[in-house]
Design a protein around this ligand. Structure first.
Ligand code: IVH
Length: 715
């Protein structure tokens, strides 16, 4: 069971009707007990939702929750809107205002081996077209295991501090961040007008130990690890609590800036150091793979002696002009990578294998384990990937298995310790029918003739598991993100037949005369009002979120964004898809396949989705409930190539093809692989052949590489 199965709404409201309010107001001891319980529950919620690591088991959580409810039932004056009993969904840090980051806060790609690092360096050299002799300086530093924060300084004064959140939007924790010694309120001297400093908030090992000792002495639950403790401590509604918890901050990056104090990563770090920030003293520039690996090993050997947790090292291209040219892929910079330390391992007993049915019908085996601590976190579930993996490792129920956990990824079973296998175990037989709806579960044959590794339930929307998973996906954070409507609520509404399609989420408020949610267990009047408000707010939605929310196979966030960026509006995309469905040999179909980053598999899935009558009904009903699917906003509207479809052909001389494409996209252009009527500009280098000919026939503007550069550089 997960905490998702037991959110606070389940408990809110219980007992309230049967407890008569007291006539005497709460005394000091009661008030202080009330606030202590509230803080503990909020902490536990945050740890659970934000760090997937519970601070207390469900029984301890329930006991506190019920005590809090009972107190509020006896003393209604203690019941405020921000009490944890009133929270719908217990989203992390619901009490903080949202902050839209001026520049997204990115994540990093990972390297796990020397080969991965070598490939990273090669990729950069290839992208920038550097010759062997050219030095590539890499700024290397430890990767701190904490949580990232962004500090906005305007005219040298700290005006806002925010957590990373989903990278685009975080929480305003300014007051809490101000309490950290490593974070100056005012920067000295002549600093740029706007400067967002980014870095990692963390708790040192000694501070973590002291905090846990104090927690235990006060009969409060201990934190699982320093990162959870830092996260819980920073995201306190009362900054006084943050101030008492000793947190630190390493500065390592920046967001929006009006000017930069240096032209290299290491130079900016030196400036940050002068301005009063703490920069990691182990930071070093390396110029070869050998030097980088020596740095990695050196940091790894120091790891145990450092006073804080690190989980790897980070490498960044030192020259900032090169960082700019390299740009980003999806949500990670091309110019940086995290080189992780090996995953921590442990062994335990496999008690069972459950089969979960996902949104697209995939049957996923999940290992149920005897709980074991791996890298400071208690693990009781792990993924077994698919039936071939189980067979390959011959994993049997009752076996002692080795599992590993790297960072935030789901723990995985590495293998079986055969010597410990008890007698009488049987090889695991993977089901060939869906455990939820009983439909056949089959493995498709891929185009290559190979059998797909994934076995899928063929029940489609007949399968309750697929239908609920789709709805859960629809409301999830990167999709419609409806606060107060989480996995648990979707399951309950679905089971009751009250929400079976996305449109029915939006008709919920209209149906409430019949449903009377406020009278139900787990829903107070306030939480119902909040839920309806959250639903109403999402009647306007960005096109890429909308597309992602539909849960079409292979249409993840990046693909949804590419489609949105290409077609800009929903009607334009739907027209193209309908035309492609009508004429699979036609131009609309070809245009779709030509989009860079969209392969034939995605196009087939999109067309199958559109061809299905049921999906069209679901889509129409949903659109009938929405106010607006907002057209995609190009990142740089003022650039002369924003919104234009560009094709590169022939040999480019000043930049690689990858770089040309990335640059064009960052200026809001769409890059396509082939010329059609939709092409606006063809950039043709020497050796351009059939594409140049076709462009000439179609009367499409054809530019030399230099003319293109003049255009985008504003010459
Ligand atoms: S640089 C554009 N440097 O790791 C660069 N990140 O896995 C963005 N982190 O979200 C990040 N130590 O929270 C950078 N020295 C370091 C870091 C570091 C820890 C965290 C950070 C980021 C995550 C990415």
């Amino acid at each position: 069971m997960t905490r998702d199965d037991k959110t606070s709404e389940d408990r809110a409201g219980k007992d309230r009707a049967t407890e008569a309010p007291a006539t005497v107001p709460a005394d000091d001891a009661t008030r202080s007990r009330h606030s202590k319980l509230s803080i503990e529950i909020l902490d536990a919620n945050k740890a659970y939702y934000a760090a997937s690591s519970p601070l207390m088991d469900d029984a301890a959580y329930d006991a506190r929750f019920q005590e809090l409810q009972a107190l509020e039932a006896r003393h209604p004056e203690l019941l405020t809107d921000d009490s944890p009993t009133q929270r719908v969904g217990a989203a992390p840090a619901a009490g903080f205002a949202k902050v839209r980051h001026a520049r997204p806060m990115l994540s990093l790609g990972n390297a796990f081996s020397e080969e991965d690092v070598a490939e990273f360096l090669k990729r950069i050299r290839r992208f920038l077209n550097l010759d062997e002799a050219e030095e590539l300086a890499i700024c290397a530093e430890p990767k701190i295991d904490g949580l990232s924060a962004s500090l906005r300084y305007e005219r040298g004064r700290l005006v806002q501090g925010a957590t990373r959140g989903d990278g685009l939007e975080g929480e305003d924790v300014t007051r809490n961040l101000r309490t950290l010694d490593d974070i100056p309120d005012v920067l000295p001297g002549d600093v740029p007008d706007v400067f967002e400093v980014r870095g990692e908030v963390y708790m040192s090992k000694p501070a973590f130990q002291a905090l846990n000792e104090a927690q235990m002495a006060a009969d409060k639950p201990a934190y699982a690890n320093p990162r959870n403790a830092a996260s819980g401590s920073l995201r306190q509604l009362d900054p006084g609590i943050t101030a008492r918890r000793k947190l630190n901050f390493f500065a390592y990056s920046w967001g929006e800036v009006s000017a930069l104090p240096a032209s290299t990563q290491s130079g900016v770090l030196q400036a940050l150091d002068r301005w009063g920030f703490t920069v990691n003293p182990l930071t070093r520039n390396c110029t070869s793979l050998a030097e980088i690996m020596a740095f990695y090993r050196d940091v790894e050997t120091r790891r145990a002696t450092l006073d804080h947790d690190i989980d790897g090292v980070v490498y960044k291209v030192d020259r900032l002009d090169w960082q700019d040219r390299l740009g980003f892929v999806s949500r990670s910079p091309r110019f940086a990578i995290a080189h992780k330390f090996p995953a921590e391992q442990a062994s335990t007993i496999l008690r069972g294998i459950d089969i979960q049915v996902g949104r697209t019908g995939a049957l996923t085996p999940v290992a149920r384990l005897e709980p074991v601590t791996v890298g400071g976190v208690v693990v009781s579930n792990a993924t077994l990937h698919n039936e071939d993996e189980i067979a390959r490792k011959d994993v049997r129920i009752g076996d002692t298995v080795t599992l590993q956990r790297a960072g935030d990824v789901i723990p995985q079973i590495v293998g079986v310790i055969i010597e410990k296998r008890p007698e009488g175990t049987e090889p695991f037989v993977f089901p060939t029918v869906c455990p939820v709806c009983g439909s056949h579960a089959v493995r498709d044959t891929r185009a290559s003739g190979e059998l797909d590794v994934v076995r899928r339930c063929s029940g489609g929307l007949v399968c309750a598991a697929q239908a609920t998973e789709r709805l859960k996906h629809f409301v999830s954070r990167n999709a419609f993100d409806i606060e107060g409507l989480g996995a648990k609520q979707i399951e309950a509404f679905f089971a009751a037949g009250e929400i079976t399609t996305p449109a029915e989420i939006f008709t919920l408020p209209r149906r409430n005369d019949d449903l009377k949610l406020e009278t139900r267990d787990g829903f107070g009047k306030t939480s119902v009002e909040k839920l309806f408000k959250a639903i109403d707010e999402r009647r306007t939605i960005a096109l890429d979120r909308f597309l992602f929310a539909l849960g079409i196979r292979h249409v993840g966030q990046t693909t949804a964004r590419t489609l949105a960026a290409t077609y800009r509006t929903l009607p334009a995309l739907l027209d193209a898809l309908n035309a492609a469905v009508k004429d699979p040999e036609g131009e609309a179909h070809q245009d779709l396949i030509n989009i860079d980053g969209i392969g034939p598999t995605v196009v087939t899935e999109l067309m199958e989705f559109m061809a299905e009558e049921h999906n069209r009904t679901v889509l129409d009903d949903l659109l009938g409930e929405l106010r607006e699917v907002e057209p995609f906003e190009a990142p740089a509207q003022d650039s002369p190539v924003a919104g234009k479809t560009v094709v590169f052909t022939g040999t480019l001389e000043t930049m690689t093809r990858d770089e040309a494409k990335a640059r064009a996209e960052s200026l809001g252009a769409r890059v396509s692989g082939s010329v059609s009527k939709k092409t606006d500009i063809l950039v043709a280098g020497p050796g351009a052949g059939s594409k140049a000919k076709k462009a000439a026939e179609l009367g499409i503007l054809t530019l030399t590489e230099q003319a293109w550069l003049d255009l985008v550089n504003g010459a």
